[in-house]
Ligand binder design. Structure first.
Ligand code: IPE
Ligand code: IPE
Ligand code: MG
Length: 257
């Protein structure tokens, strides 16, 4: 109550209300609603995707400025390959142009780019641009920005099982030594911590094959805002909501306090 009054009188911004010591270490976002945003404006879906890139920049900047260590963005799913060919082409072109445009922002903000998903499935041009930016930003250490591209959690797990099976077959691992850490080491996300906060825009309340293993204990946050309308303040709201929750990881509330 006192805090609320203070907020009213001194106009404390959303950003200032965030507790830096309990920031989520890893935020993942399902950026959804570009198509509906465009449709509302009587425009083609591509227009929504183009306008979604501004929201990407805002979210990346906001997370880095706060001190979030890992931000993972769902940009293209394995299922998205089934969209009309023209839309897929538009998305791939947009990926290339955004990477070209944003490399300087990444460098200025000391952000390292990484990717999860089947990069080999991407068009040659997109893959080349992506690997180039990943290489150029590899020494940056303020935040890791991971783009999920041609990513599907089930494909990721299938791939991991294949890899582990091969190692068992070749006597590199014995089955009794397979534990969670072995599985984690074979996922695309081997270098990322578990997700703390998962945000999905556009009002849909589903996971759509995103990071199924890694969100086991993530806090889920759904907002009706369509992705192109998503601003820094929306991210702050999600983080503030996260900070009001009690993460128990199976324990009792008393054990946590
Ligand atoms: C998210 O917006 C972008 C991608 C999935 C690539 P959508 O394109 O899914 O937009 P809606 O859900 O149709 O509104
Ligand atoms: C999830 O959005 C994938 C991305 C945001 C990249 P979709 O729009 O593809 O998800 P569904 O099909 O509505 O569940
Ligand atoms: Mg969608």
């Amino acid at each position: 109550m006192v805090a609320n009054l203070a907020n009213v009188f001194f106009k404390v911004t959303l950003k200032e209300q965030i507790h830096i010591d309990t920031l989520p270490e890893h935020i993942a976002i399902i950026m959804d609603g570009n198509g509906r945003w465009a449709k509302q404006k009587g425009m083609m879906r591509a227009f929504g995707h183009e306008n979604g890139t501004k929201a990407v920049r805002d979210a990346v900047e906001a997370a880095a400025e706060l001190g979030v260590k890992y931000l993972t963005l769902y940009a293209f799913s394995t299922e998205n390959w089934n969209r009309p060919k023209l839309e897929v082409q538009t998305l791939m072109k947009l990926l290339v142009s955004s990477l070209k445009k944003e490399i300087s922002t990444l460098q200025e903000n000391n952000i390292r780019l990484s990717t999860i998903g089947n990069v080999d499935a991407l068009p040659q041009k997109a893959k080349k641009e992506l690997l180039e930016v990943i290489n150029k930003t590899k020494d940056n250490d303020r935040m890791v920005l991971t783009l999920a591209l041609s990513y599907g959690s089930r494909e990721e797990m299938t791939y991991a099982i294949k890899e582990i099976s091969l190692k068992v077959k070749n006597n590199i691992i014995s089955p009794e030594n397979i534990d969670e850490s072995v599985i984690i080491k074979h996922l695309y996300t081997q270098n990322l911590p578990d997700v703390d906060l998962l945000v999905r825009t556009s009002g849909e309340q589903r996971i759509s094959n995103f990071l199924l293993w890694q969100i086991a204990y993530a806090e889920l946050y759904f907002t009706k805002v369509l992705w192109p309308d998503f601003t820094k303040n929306h991210l702050y709201e999600a983080i503030l909501n996260y900070q009001q929750r009690e993460r128990r990881f199976g324990k009792t509330s008393e054990q946590i306090k």
